[in-house]
Design a protein around this ligand. Sequence first.
Ligand code: ZN
Length: 87
Amino acid sequence: MDSEPADPDDPSDEALTELVNYLTPRRDNEMIATYQNTTAIACPVCEEPFDYLIASKGPQSSLSLDEVMDLCVSVSDDDRAFLFTHE
Ligand SMILES: [Zn+2]
């Protein structure tokens, strides 16, 4: 079977990086950037409004969470993880 190329109409990667433009930057370090969702944008994974977006800047990141929370995770085409937190 031939392997199918990635669907060029798949908007998910562009949507992930574009989403950041609508969020408020909070914390930033070498590995991750954190943004606060001050306008109740829906999480692209579960479609409920999320509280923070934690965007990794490379294929590997570590982060420490202050508290246990619900997370949704999406990975962009360049292997960066985007974590959406829900209280
Ligand atoms: Zn979610």
